[in-house]
Structure formats: structure tokens, C-alpha cells
Design a protein around this ligand. Structure first.
Ligand SMILES: NC(=O)C1=CN([C@@H]2O[C@H](COP(=O)(O)OP(=O)(O)OC[C@H]3O[C@@H](n4cnc5c(N)ncnc54)[C@H](O)[C@@H]3O)[C@@H](O)[C@H]2O)C=CC1
Ligand SMILES: Nc1nc(=O)c2c([nH]1)NC[C@@H]1CN(c3ccc(C(=O)N[C@@H](CCC(=O)O)C(=O)O)cc3)CN21
Length: 268
């Protein structure tokens, strides 16, 4: 959820299982108060907040500590997502999430588990060898610091790069839990726009397999086939290890939570 989504969370709360992790983004158009209020709302409703920390958006160590201090007051520091951040140039002392992890500041505010980003299709502005080196270095740094790690991926519409990437992570000896970024049901136009913005593959072939068409932007699309296909592919390969889903709620929290509830119910 974003800092603006507290009403959406209230609307969806009865549809989300207690204890569900809910991430709170660190967007440039939101401020500290909004991020802390959203994390507090998540905790107050019986869910587990995972606030995002965007390294390149931090102007100083003081700002990082102020954010973590405020989050700790509302019981929202057990889990965080440490990510680089989209600014082309760092706004302060942290050029990447590795430098936030290595600062040692996280533990001082009660952080126990850190999720880090994964890119099954790479990143438009970061070379692939740099991404892999940072994934390995972050995994090692978290181990050294005694912090639990989770890898949370960019969303995708195509299961092929996702399964190949999971294999590549395991081949590097990284056995961390992986959460595959999965778009919750949302308007097709919105899905395509977000995919473009973040460099996620969405050509005609990919989206046809996923379940929508580039020539009809009117409807909505959910991850039914994506999740069903992914589950089947992972079941064929036990070396995939611990792989779960992370939903991006581009179409709102309620639409995603209803989708997940109904999908699970249909299979139980
Ligand atoms: N996967 C997700 O859900 C999200 C991803 N992102 C974006 O993904 C990007 C990378 O994040 P991480 O994997 O945590 O990287 P990272 O912090 O581990 O950094 C890896 C390397 O990429 C460089 N780098 C990081 N962000 C950059 C940028 N915006 N432009 C140019 N170089 C950059 C760093 O200097 C470093 O060398 C960032 O742009 C981040 O904002 C942001 C929010 C959510
Ligand atoms: N490279 C990268 N940077 C990101 O910031 C990012 C990713 N990848 N991958 C997906 C996640 C999810 N993100 C987001 C970002 C914005 C909204 C959102 O609802 N933004 C609006 C509405 C704007 C719109 O409609 O375009 C807002 O009110 O801020 C949701 C998820 C950001 N994320």
C-alpha cells in the first residue's frame, strides 16, 4: 500500500488474514507522517507492517534515524524492505540499500528481518552484473549483521523469466525465502502503464499468455493463470526452495484481497 491507502486498507481489512505482511511504499510524493501513519494503521488492524526504506531518497543518517524512531514508536520496525530508490542521483549518504544495511542503524531500532529487491527481468538503469553482485553482497551483509533476509521481486506477467531467475538465485547458493511480485487484479491500462514505468516485460505475447490483450484496454486482469502456471512450474523443480507470493495492489487492496481469498477457496 501507499501512504494514501489507509481508507483502502480499512475497506479491505475483513478480507485479509490476520498477520499478513503489508508493505508500505516510500514514494517521493509522500512524507514521513504519511508513511508512519500508514505503518501504524497496518499494525493497529492486526497485520504486520513492512515499511520501505528508499536509500537514495534519504538526505541524511538523521533522516533515516528519525524515520526508524517514529516507526519503532508505533511497533513497525520488525520488518523493513530496504531498496535503492528511483532518484538518478542519491539525495544523501546512501547510494544503495547495501549501505543502509551495512550502516548498522537498522538493528538499533529493532529491525529483525530485511527484504531486498530482486529483478527477474533485470532493471532498465542497472546492469545485470551489478544487480547480481549487490544481491550477493546484501545477502552476505544481512547474515553478518544477524538479520533475517527475504528477497522480494519486481512484478512480472511472464513466468518464464521468473522461474529462470529463481534457478539462478539458487545456483548462486542463496537459499533465502523469495516472494514473487504478483500484480493483483487491476485495470489493463493501469497494469500496462506500471509495467512501462518499471521496465517490466508486457509485449503482446506475454500479456496474451497472462490473460489480456493490448488491443482492448477497457477491462481488468488478474493473476489467475500466472499464479497457476508458476505453482505448476515450481512443483516440477523442488530446488526452487521457499518461494511465496507478494501482491502489488495496483487495483486497490480490496480487489487483491478478494482475489486471493477466492483463489485459495477454489483450491481448498
Ligand atoms: N522491486 C520493487 O518493488 C521496487 C524497486 N524499486 C527500484 O529498484 C531499483 C534498484 O533497487 P535495489 O535493487 O534495491 O538496488 P540497490 O540499492 O541494491 O543498488 C544496486 C546498484 O544499483 C545502483 N542503483 C540503485 N538504484 C539506482 C537507480 N535508481 N539508478 C541507477 N542506479 C541505481 C546502486 O548504486 C548500486 O550500484 C531502484 O531504482 C529502486 O527504487 C523501487 C521500489 C520498489
Ligand atoms: N523501479 C521501481 N520503482 C518503484 O517505485 C516500484 C517498482 N519498481 N515496482 C513496483 C512498486 C510499486 N510501486 C507503486 C508506486 C505507486 C503506486 C500508486 O498507487 N501511486 C499513485 C497513483 C499514481 C498513478 O495512478 O499512477 C499515488 O497516488 O501515489 C503504487 C505502487 C512502486 N514500485
Amino acid at each position: 500500500m501507499t501512504g494514501k491507502d489507509i481508507p483502502g486498507l480499512e475497506e479491505a481489512r475483513d478480507t485479509i488474514p490476520a498477520g499478513t505482511k503489508i508493505n508500505v511504499t516510500f514514494l517521493g510524493n509522500e512524507d514521513l507522517d504519511m508513511r508512519v501513519s500508514a505503518a501504524k494503521a497496518v499494525a493497529d488492524m492486526g497485520f504486520v507492517p513492512v515499511p520501505h526504506i528508499s536509500a537514495r531518497r534519504l538526505s541524511s543518517q538523521g533522516q533515516l534515524e528519525e524515520f526508524l524512531g517514529r516507526l519503532q514508536e508505533v511497533g513497525a520496525t520488525d520488518h523493513v524492505f530496504a531498496v535503492g530508490g528511483d532518484p538518478a542521483e542519491p539525495e544523501g549518504p546512501y547510494p544503495d540499500s547495501l549501505s543502509v544495511i551495512r550502516s548498522g542503524v537498522l538493528q538499533q531500532y529493532g529491525v529483525k528481518e530485511v527484504s531486498i529487491a530482486g529483478y527477474p527481468e533485470g532493471h532498465p538503469d542497472i546492469p545485470s552484473d551489478v544487480l547480481w553482485r549487490h544481491l550477493e553482497d546484501k545477502s552476505a551483509a544481512l547474515k553478518e549483521q544477524g538479520l533475517d533476509a527475504v528477497i522480494l521481486t519486481q512484478f512480472a506477467f511472464d513466468t518464464d523469466p521468473v522461474t529462470a531467475w529463481i534457478q539462478a538465485v539458487r545456483d548462486r547458493g542463496i537459499d533465502t525465502e523469495i516472494r514473487i511480485g504478483t500484480p493483483g487484479p487491476a485495470g489493463v491500462k493501469r497494469l500496462i502503464n506500471f509495467a512501462r514505468r518499471f521496465g517490466v516485460g508486457a509485449n503482446a505475447m506475454i500479456v496474451k499468455k497472462y490473460g489480456f490483450s493490448l488491443t482492448n484496454l477497457m477491462g481488468t486482469a488478474g493473476p489467475d493463470r500466472f499464479v497457476t502456471d508458476l505453482a505448476a512450474l515450481l512443483a516440477q523443480n523442488p530446488a526452487s526452495g521457499n518461494v511465496r507470493l507478494h501482491f502489488y495492489t495496483f487495483g486497490g487492496l480490496l480487489a487483491t484481497s478478494k482475489w486471493a481469498r477466492d483463489y485459495a477457496a477454489a483450491r481448498s
